[in-house]
Design a protein around this ligand. Structure first.
Ligand code: AMP
Ligand code: GLY
Length: 424
């Protein structure tokens, strides 16, 4: 069969590698893709938001199955647009992708259906938000309602910071229209765990857990980023945590969406905080995480097409989802200056070291070909250097070893990805 993947980051590269392993697939396209994805897929220069062009392409090439990797097209209704043309597509419809697209929606849903999360209030008037903050306990968390590339969250330690945050989000519109509405949320403490799941509208199956490193600098300092590296599984995701989440969070979320007339099909990413009172939902995403996909998919034993097709066809209950009993660690190589300002276009060397190894992966996130045909840096997050091993410590040592194989000007990485493994 022919498969089209929509997106261009490390997550889409991980999806492309998983799809390439399926014996059912003979041709993969990726729109727009990147220089690394070009090894698995034919990249086509169509943007992820160009729905009409993507649909025309899918029809012209007789694509059998399309996988949407990114949040923006999902929230914008790409699945509805493909389905309206009779095309088979993996991902939530617009009315379900709102689970990620609006934090106010997801908070209201959790409240209505008693799904554990931080206490909150929503505002569309900055004056009312400030009046509320004047009586609130600090620290406190401000969240722009809409999509903001994972950056629309401000943790404020003082009233002054919180007031400045309201101005940034709601008045200066630093995160654009995402800031028309704002959620003010109670500050929670604890370890964070990411859990990905496949969902078919009614059934949910959990993938292996992961832990992200969102801050740019070592020791969790600096600005929030899309993610600087991660590992799977999380040793903190114990059987007890799993049992709690299965009882109060996972199926409850899927049932709540169905009850609202918004059945969810695709991947739900649960951002969880393991608080002293038990696991609570930090956020939902309506897609694979990036770089969570990079550490979870290499550990999946199933044919990804079998699983995704079962989701679309509402028969996920017939799938026996299985993961290897191993571990995987990803260290992101970024351009120095990310997530603020950075230069692009530097040639990258060392890819050949990864060839022929099935326990090392070099996922491309922000790369392109220059006019000489060389692979160059083309983004903040450039590569996700990833390794599997029998346990987390071995996988981490291998991933860091492999970060040395790659060289480019302005190369930046965190040196403490997976430090928490030593505390487990
Ligand atoms: P989100 O995009 O909602 O996952 O938020 C980004 C990051 O901000 C999370 O990964 C947490 O580290 C932090 N965060 C978000 N909400 C809270 C909260 N209520 N309490 C403490 N930290 C939070
Ligand atoms: N790594 C977090 C995300 O994809 O949102």
């Amino acid at each position: 069969m022919k498969v089209l993947i929509v997106g261009s980051g490390g997550r889409e590269h991980a999806i492309a590698m998983a799809v390439a392993k399926s014996p059912r697939v003979d041709k993969i396209y990726c729109a727009p893709g990147n220089a690394g994805i070009a090894a698995q897929a034919e990249c086509v220069p169509i943007g992820a938001m160009e729905f009409d062009k993507l649909i025309a392409f899918a029809k012209e090439k007789a694509i059998d199955f399309t996988i949407i990797g990114m949040d923006n097209p999902l929230v914008g209704g790409i699945v509805d647009a493909f389905e309206a043309e009779g095309l088979k597509v993996f991902g939530p419809r617009k009315n379900a992708a709102i689970l990620e697209g609006s934090k106010a929606f997801s908070k209201d849903l959790m409240k209505k259906y008693n799904i554990p999360t931080a206490g909150y209030e929503t505002f569309d008037d900055p004056k009312k938000a400030v009046a509320y903050l004047e009586t609130a306990k600090m620290p406190i968390v401000l969240k722009a309602d809409g999509l903001a590339l994972g950056k629309g969250v401000l943790i404020c330690n003082t009233l002054e910071e919180a007031k400045a945050g309201v101005k940034e989000i709601m008045e200066d519109k630093k995160f654009g229209a995402a800031g028309n509405h704002m959620v003010v949320e109670e500050f929670m403490t604890g370890r964070e765990v990411s859990v990905l799941s496949f969902v078919d509208g009614k059934t949910i199956q959990i993938m292996s857990s992961a832990q992200d490193h969102k801050r740019a600098g070592d020791g969790d300092t600096g600005l929030n980023t899309g993610g600087m590296g991660n590992f799977s599984p999380s040793p903190f995701y114990t059987d007890e945590v799993d049992a709690f989440c299965k009882k109060y969070i996972y199926q409850a979320t899927v049932d709540a969406m169905a009850a609202e007339g918004r059945p969810f099909t695709g991947v739900i990413f649960f951002g969880l905080m393991l608080t002293p009172e038990g696991p609570k939902v930090l956020e939902y995403n309506a897609r694979f995480g990036d770089p969570e996909a990079q550490v979870v998919l290499p550990r999946m034993k199933n044919d990804i097409i079998d699983v995704m097709e079962a989701c679309v066809e509402g028969r996920l209950d017939q799938i026996d989802l299985q993961f290897e009993d191993n571990a995987c660690v990803c260290v992101v190589l970024a351009s120095d200056g990310y997530p603020v300002a950075y230069k692009k276009g530097f040639p990258i060397h060392g890819f050949e070291k990864f060839e022929g190894k099935d326990d090392y992966f070099c996922y491309h996130a922000g790369t392109a070909f220059n006019d000489k045909g060389e692979i160059v840096t083309n983004g903040g997050r450039v590569l996700g250097i990833t390794a599997t091993g029998p346990d987390l410590k071995t996988a981490r040592a291998k991933a860091y070893e492999a970060t040395e194989w790659i060289t480019f000007e302005n190369k930046y990485m965190r040196h403490d990805i997976g430090k928490a493994i030593d505390e487990a």
